[in-house]
Design a protein around this ligand. Structure first.
Ligand code: GLN
Length: 445
């Protein structure tokens, strides 16, 4: 049924870069067989899942939305894929994204433009735009995305679905093509928060193959969905209602926060004073890490290789032709920020400010259990509107970037519409307290 739905809608949505229908049908039949015998592997057994194309899948093309990885088939699965398979889930294909997850609209993909199912003249958000659009169009019940500065949450908001960026270290990054290694997290995207909880139960937890994976136990996220919000203190940080936010977005967000109060939560106005430095700090740290991570794409080891007389010429041509304009811009920015003479002024300074941003969260979480904010200052914007204006594009993530700098978890749930397009409420939690976020999001839904 899902394959039929994909066939019917893909000409309009263009969410998938690669489909594996035969393997998916075989896996689904095996799951049916298990169910008949009463040997089901759990709640995800037989459930189709779409995978963002920055996550390595054994023998299945993995491009990160980049020409430089055209033809690359990883020889192994990411840990999240191994865990989904062990839980019976059925990977059905690879989803479009901004090249190396750099962007907020999925327009930076080297392959195709994914549309927003609510209005196909608009972007689905990004960089996990394929993952969000596929769920919103009913092509799959759930997907995996990744979030370095908002890439699960902003597209979830713009496509009217739910998405979770777990705490840094909660979900293994082994087998994720790295963008900003100190910021990247894999997380689930689905219609409902209850579905996110089911997927977290399968993918979360310590992995010895990822040195930054947290060696701590994970709770049962489904059991956490009690529906009870009484006694919870929810902080409303005034800095997140930024200038230039669309009035309809602010109104829908405030109405959702009021609904949480009616369900028994206490609202507290709070301040995170270093919020205004998050965007410039992120755009030093993320490109700096990206410039180092992307050095491995030299035309020798993976995918695409251009011609060249000498070794250096070949590398130069491969990288010049293989990377798109936004990726080249980030490599230039990052290399500049890390170069001798500028390192102290930019990179070290950004690391110091990152600590101040993290401390804002530590302080506020001594007072409240979670925070509620808008996700994106706008609803889904028209395709082409921001693609030639990088600064306007970077502003899309002004409400989501600070969360990655602090490493804390955040959940987005749909909270109504502005001018006919979906708006998402962002709930931000204490480190490793995804359970409270899921509980609140589920009770709201
Ligand atoms: N839009 C931000 C960027 O381009 C965040 C992307 C992400 O979270 N992967 O870096």
């Amino acid at each position: 049924a899902y394959l039929a739905r994909i066939n019917a809608t893909e000409p309009m949505i263009r969410a998938f870069l690669h489909l594996t229908p035969d393997a998916a049908l075989a896996a689904a039949r095996a799951a049916d067989e298990r169910r008949r015998k009463g040997q089901s592997l759990g709640p995800l057994d037989g459930i189709p899942i779409g995978i963002k194309d920055v996550i390595c899948t054994d023998g299945v093309p993995t491009t990160a939305g980049s020409r430089i990885l055209a033809g690359f088939r990883p020889p192994y699965n990411a840990t999240v894929i191994e865990r989904l398979l062990a839980g019976g889930a059925v990977p059905i294909g690879k989803l479009n994204c901004d090249e190396f997850a750099m962007g907020s609209s999925t327009e930076n993909s080297a392959y195709q433009i994914t549309t927003n199912p609510w209005d196909t003249s608009r972007v689905p958000g990004g960089s996990s735009g394929g993952s969000a659009a596929a769920v919103a169009a009913g092509q799959v019940p759930a997907t995996l995305g990744t979030d370095t500065g908002g890439s699960i949450r902003q597209p979830a908001a713009l496509c009217g679905i739910s998405g979770l960026k777990p705490t840094y270290g909660r979900v293994s990054r082994y087998g994720l093509i790295a963008y900003g290694s100190s910021l990247d997290q894999i997380g689930p995207m689905a219609w409902t928060v209850a579905d996110l909880a089911l997927i977290m139960n399968v993918i979360a937890g310590h992995d010895p193959r990822d040195g930054t994976s947290a060696p701590i136990p994970t709770p049962d996220y489904t059991a956490a969905l009690t529906g009870d919000l009484r006694g919870l203190r929810i902080g409303i940080p005034r800095e997140y209602f930024v200038e230039g936010m669309e009035p309809g977005v602010e109104a829908a967000t405030r109405a959702a926060i009021e609904a949480l109060r009616e369900q028994g939560a206490t609202l507290v106005e709070v301040s995170l004073p270093h919020t205004k430095y998050a965007l410039p700090t992120y755009y030093i740290i993320a490109p700096a890490e990206a410039s180092a991570n992307l050095a491995r794409f030299d035309g020798v080891r993976y995918g695409f290789r251009a011609e060249g007389e000498t070794m250096w010429e070949q590398i130069e041509q491969t990288r010049g032709q293989g990377f798109g304009p936004e990726v080249r811009r980030r490599i230039m920015l990052g290399t500049y920020a890390l170069s001798a003479g500028y390192y102290d002024a930019y990179y070290r300074r950004a690391q110091q400010v990152r600590t101040l941003i993290k401390r804002d969260f530590d302080q506020v979480f001594a007072e409240v259990d979670l925070l509620a904010t808008p996700t994106s200052p706008t609803v889904a914007f028209p395709i082409g509107q921001k693609i030639n204006d990088p600064l306007a594009m970077y502003l899309s993530d002004v409400c989501t970037l600070p969360i990655n700098l602090a490493g804390v978890p955040a959940l987005v749930v749909p909270c109504g519409f502005s001018e006919g397009l979906p708006v998402g409420l962002q709930l931000i939690g204490r480190p490793f307290d995804e359970a409270t976020l899921l509980r609140v999001g589920d009770a709201y839904q």
